[in-house]
Design a protein around this ligand. Structure first.
Ligand code: SF4
Length: 96
């Protein structure tokens, strides 16, 4: 009769344990940014910022829907595009 030695199961670290040693996990995923071709950016007048939206209140820099406006402000969008070629376009933007 052959008996096999049963090896003890080694406890491995889960992803959460490994991640917590390096950096804390994100509470929420980062905002998705969309790439825009430079030729399209230069050729078309793209409405991409809160300042061009009907729901934007210039006085207090807020949104009718209560969304965070900072990622969609014109200066933020232009800086993002200059650095990465992508922007965080708002799905709720409306233009009159
Ligand atoms: S709907 Fe979007 S683009 Fe319009 S003001 Fe609100 S956050 Fe800005």
């Amino acid at each position: 009769m052959v008996t096999e030695k049963i090896k003890p199961i080694q406890q491995t670290e889960t992803n959460d344990q490994t991640r917590s040693k390096k950096t804390a996990p994100r509470i929420r995923p980062s905002m998705k940014k969309e790439s825009i071709l430079a030729s399209d950016y230069n050729k078309y007048i793209l409405p991409f910022s809160c300042e061009e939206c009907s729901h934007f209140h210039r006085e207090d820099v807020t949104c009718t829907f209560g969304l965070t406006t900072y990622p969609h402000l014109q200066t933020t969008q232009q800086k993002s595009y200059a650095l990465s070629g992508s922007m965080a376009l708002c799905r709720f933007q409306e233009i009159d």
